[in-house]
Design a protein around this ligand. Structure first.
Ligand code: NAD
Length: 331
């Protein structure tokens, strides 16, 4: 099948080409993200392959259909950037990668948490200058601390297992609680208890209208003073301005994020030679107790291999009329 691959980075090309040796699709790579300005590039392709910040809203989907596309294949888990209702009305199928490596994201969340608690970025910056002073680098033991996991699905549960291994008490919140979480040795708690007792809060739920700004001024005011907040899920879960206020007042002890509300305008490109006009991001990165990575939690060899194989298998299934096991529909 002819596939237009948007937001294509060198690693996408390498791993999609490798996976395609068994599928034999014709892959055409475009560096630019899919949006209303670039959708014309997809004319003549039966499928488009997109990533987290490509925008498949109703207007884009209509243009895709006019160009002949009948399939949107997301090479990611989250699908908040696709208007599923519009796709369904237009008869465009949407597939995603439900299951790749929850370890990749959970392990990155742990890396961020460790880095912010033990001030690894600050320490690394110092020692590059042969500054071996320890002032300001004190962290806390994880063993015995309470970690709250918001969203106890695949990634949340791997994160839970790792935290239990550190000797933490893990409490969770999920709209749809699962026994698998409790079997690990963790337990569910109400938001009030989470606020009062969590030393670390890690977000692992999807971005939906219900979870948009799940962390806002109100939840932050009820958090344990000095708590750490980790977000590897989606930027929109956090009201970034409110988080900045909480960091400034000391109510929040640290923030480690792999995702950012306005990331579509800045992430996945090298802006080091330009003036970034996003004042919120500018302010965030100046805090000594903030770490930002650029949506790289998925970026392990194992995860990207599975993502590319699953994506191309879905396209093959679509082409051959097989059932689409990774299809997502409007609820
Ligand atoms: P999952 O579907 O297995 O788990 C999500 C969990 O969130 C489910 O248990 C679900 O019941 C719960 N949930 C849904 N609505 C909720 C609500 N209102 N409040 C609390 N919990 C709610 O998904 P997953 O594979 O664990 O992925 C979780 C998220 O991680 C994805 O939605 C995606 O946004 C993000 N993600 C980020 C990266 C990255 O590179 N940073 C990579 C993959 C996934």
């Amino acid at each position: 099948m002819e596939i237009a691959v948007f937001s294509a980075k060198p690693y996408d090309r390498e791993f999609l080409n490798a996976a395609n040796t068994t599928h034999h699709h014709r892959l055409h790579y475009f560096d630019v993200p899919l949006d209303i300005e670039t959708v014309g590039l997809a004319a003549g392709y039966g499928a488009v392959c997109v990533f987290v910040n490509d925008r498949a809203d109703a207007g884009v989907l209509q243009a895709l259909l006019r160009g002949g596309a009948k399939l949107v294949a997301l090479r990611c888990t989250g699908f908040n950037n696709v208007d599923l209702k519009a796709a369904q009305d237009l008869g465009i199928k949407v597939v995603r990668v439900v299951d790749y490596s929850p370890n990749s994201v959970a392990e990155h969340a742990v890396a961020l948490m460790m880095a912010i608690n033990r001030k690894i970025q600050r320490a690394g910056n110092r020692t590059r200058d042969f500054n071996f002073s320890l002032d300001g680098l004190m962290g806390f033991d994880l063993c015995g601390k309470t970690v709250a996991v918001i969203g106890t699905g695949k990634i949340g549960r791997v994160f839970t297992k790792i935290m239990l291994g550190f000797g933490c008490n893990v409490i969770g919140y999920d709209k749809f609680p699962s026994p698998e979480f409790e079997v690990l040795g963790a337990r569910y708690a109400r938001p009030k208890e989470i606020g009062e007792s969590a030393d670390i809060i890690s977000l692992h739920c999807p971005l939906t209208p219900q979870t948009y700004h799940i962390i806002d001024a109100d939840t932050l005011s009820r958090a344990k003073p000095g708590a750490l907040l980790i977000n590897t899920s989606r930027g929109g879960l956090i009201d970034t301005e409110a988080v900045i206020d909480a960091l400034r007042s000391g109510q929040l002890g640290g923030l480690a994020i792999d995702v950012y509300e306005q990331e579509a305008d800045v992430f996945f490109r090298d802006l080091s030679g330009t003036i970034v006009t996003d004042d919120v991001l500018q302010r965030l990165v100046t805090f000594p107790n903030v770490i930002v990575t650029g949506h790289q939690a998925f970026l392990t060899r194992e995860a990207v291999t599975t993502i590319c194989e699953t994506t191309l298998q879905s396209v093959t299934d679509f082409e051959t009329g097989n059932a689409l096991s990774n299809e997502i529909r409007a609820s």
